[in-house]
Design a protein around this ligand. Structure first.
Ligand SMILES: Nc1ncnc2c1ncn2[C@@H]1O[C@H](COP(=O)(O)OP(=O)(O)O)[C@@H](O)[C@H]1O
Ligand SMILES: [Mg+2]
Length: 265
């Protein structure tokens, strides 16, 4: 539910490593109108061309404006196969700015939170992992991602206000699960943007890992350090591995991905 905590960075780099190190067939789906995940693996000009000639999540989720321009597009037509030549097996459904209006546009549409689940069913057998990057809210786009998913990951910065957010998030997800009647499990919490020199980061992580309130939650061992290379990589439209594979952030994502694969079983 927060912006800037490293959700997109986790989605992009986990997706890359799952494909590259573990040979998984991965589909990365960008649900955020900010298109950050899309532009972390493709250039702006490539995105412009793709969105003009093909489809994006705005078509998949039937945001008006997009649909009226032409014939409705199939989800399969919105998939960019092997979006990075260096990472075979990583596909992407890019986002579009028009998704900003999804909540307004679909306000009166029955079953609006189930659109993605219905459409993804046709291609889900082609993938081992489908990873959805969500915007920082629990509105229509995120509800579509949750409804279609088996599990979710919570990237969080280990600071005091995020601790409050974690409780709120779990409450709201419980509410959504009851109201929309779907099952989903939490794969775990990923501590992100961790600064070793900040004492309360270490204290907060320790407190959460041992807090009775969160004893049902899994906290990944690997933490993602604050690492400037992780912020630089998207400028080249590359995951950290292809930008600087020796950076601390790259090493962290290798280790985190191993843990995620083990949790997925
Ligand atoms: N571990 C990190 N170290 C340094 N910069 C980071 C790190 N994680 C994210 N960033 C940068 O911080 C900004 C917000 O991260 P992002 O992953 O887009 O967060 P969110 O998706 O939660 O809004 C981006 O510019 C990103 O490159
Ligand atoms: Mg993001």
């Amino acid at each position: 539910m927060k912006g800037g905590v490293g959700k997109t960075t986790c989605a992009v780099n986990l997706a890359t490593r799952l494909a590259r190190d573990h040979g998984k067939r991965v589909l990365l789906v960008d649900f955020d109108s900010q298109t950050n995940a899309s532009l972390s693996v493709m250039s702006e000009s490539a995105w412009d061309k793709w969105s003009a000639e093909h489809g994006t999540m705005a078509d998949v989720l039937e945001v008006r404006g997009r649909k009226e321009r032409g014939e409705p597009r199939k989800l399969a037509d919105c998939i960019i196969h092997n979006v990075l030549p260096e990472v075979p097996g990583l596909d992407l459904i890019p986002s579009h700015l028009a998704l900003t209006f999804i909540d307004l546009d679909l306000a009166a549409r029955p079953g609006r939170e189930r659109i993605f689940a219905r459409k993804i069913a046709k291609v889900r057998d082609e993938y081992d992992v489908i990873l959805c990057d969500c915007p920082p809210n629990l509105m229509t786009a995120t509800q579509n991602a949750l409804y279609a998913s088996d599990a979710y990951l919570i990237p969080m910065q280990p600071d005091y206000l995020s601790t409050l957010g974690l409780r709120l998030l779990q409450d709201r997800l419980g509410y959504l699960k009851r109201e929309l009647e779907f099952k989903i499990t939490c794969l775990g919490v990923i501590f992100t943007r961790v600064r070793a020199w900040i004492r309360y980061h270490a204290e907060t992580m320790e407190r959460l890992r041992t807090d009775k309130e969160f004893k049902r939650l899994h906290f990944f061992e690997t933490v993602i350090p604050e690492n400037i290379k992780l912020a630089e990589a998207p400028m080249e439209a590359k995951p950290i591995e292809l930008h600087d594979s020796s950076a601390s952030g790259a090493e962290a994502f290798r280790a985190l991905t191993r843990e995620v694969v083990a949790r997925l079983g």
